[in-house]
Design a protein around this ligand. Structure first.
Ligand code: NDP
Length: 290
């Protein structure tokens, strides 16, 4: 049985939470961070502070990276690239699928294994099995380290392509940011009308909670590339977005966000989708020339 020993590189809020969770589970944890003082609190909890990146790599096969992005990984590992052979790097830094694929190749060229991870929870969710992280990369590498990774969060292995975990993460963030901005925008309109954020909360939650039903209804149609206007028509949707913009203007609130939405609806109308469902707008997104 392998000894429970792991290196964590990158001690932002995420890396700190990860190292702490591993320590709590009895792991021997070696840590390294560019700003080395960020390791101090972990050292009081039993972590070993590596003074060089070489030392951090030398002591363990499994190396977890929690950095701002993949450029930070190169900044740290390139000067120590001759020490990468035989290591397994689990990169839990968020970046693009393309960058993840390039990194997997770069590491393979240096004799190291790579798993891409996309953590779906904030630091407070680390150490909780109900939290989830996407992983991708060689299945046998994932299986070999799954037990350790499950100390951090639950795992959701997406496949061999190293880009997949980053891809699932980014499409989730695509939805997250747009949805959360819609919530902030609506809250601004509400507040301008004397409705407090507290008062808006049950209504905002109710609206958000209806979305899965819409997604489930439209999924088979989107899958089939069919957008019949039997339930909703784009022309109706356009009028509705205009009402949102007018309500926003009347409240003296910025219209940038709904105007961007309106622009997509307009392009759909110009493309002849007036009688189709608003879901036909996916064709506008797919063809950036339109
Ligand atoms: P931070 O930005 O706080 O931490 C970044 C870490 O990267 C620090 O250790 C920092 O070192 C290091 N770093 C950045 N650039 C360089 C560089 N050029 N050379 C060396 N080290 C560098 O991020 P978090 O801890 O919050 O998150 C880490 C990753 O997890 C990110 O990719 C983030 O997107 C992802 N994530 C974060 C979530 C969150 O809620 N925080 C949620 C889900 C994912 P130094 O301390 O010296 O600056």
């Amino acid at each position: 049985r392998k000894s429970k020993s792991v290196t964590v590189i990158g001690l932002g809020p995420m890396g700190q939470a990860m190292a702490a969770a591993l320590l709590e589970h009895g792991y021997k944890v070696t840590v390294w961070n560019r700003t080395s003082s960020k390791a101090d609190e972990l050292v009081t909890k039993g972590a070993v502070k590596a003074f060089t990146i070489h030392e951090a790599l030398a002591v363990n096969e499994l190396v977890i990276l929690s950095l701002t992005d993949y450029d930070a990984m190169y900044a740290i590992l390139e000067p120590a690239s001759e020490h990468l052979s035989g290591k397994v790097l689990v990169n839990l830094s968020s970046d693009t699928p393309k960058k993840s694929r390039e990194a997997a190749k770069w590491l393979a060229d240096h004799g190291a294994g790579h798993l891409t991870g996309g953590v779906q929870v904030p630091p407070s969710g680390i150490g909780k099995p109900e939290s989830s992280t996407y992983y991708s990369g060689p299945k046998e590498v994932f299986e070999a380290h799954k037990e350790t990774l499950e100390v951090l969060t639950g795992t959701d292995y997406r496949g061999e392509d190293p880009g997949l975990a980053a891809l699932y993460y980014q499409i989730g963030m695509d939805m997250f940011w747009t949805s959360m901005l819609s919530y902030l925008h609506a809250s601004a309109v509400a507040q301008a009308n004397g409705i407090t954020a507290e008062q808006f909360l049950p209504y905002a939650s109710e609206t958000m909670s209806t979305l899965p039903k819409f997604i489930e209804f439209y999924t088979p149609r989107i899958n089939a590339g069919e957008y019949p206007g039997d339930v909703d028509r784009l022309a109706m949707g356009l009028a509705s977005v205009e009402h949102v913009i007018h309500t926003t203007q009347d409240a003296g609130i910025d219209i940038t966000l709904p105007t961007a939405v309106l622009e997509v609806f307009r392009r759909g109308m110009e493309y002849g989708h007036a009688g189709n469902s608003f879901t036909s707008l996916i064709e506008i997104f797919k063809n950036s020339e339109i």
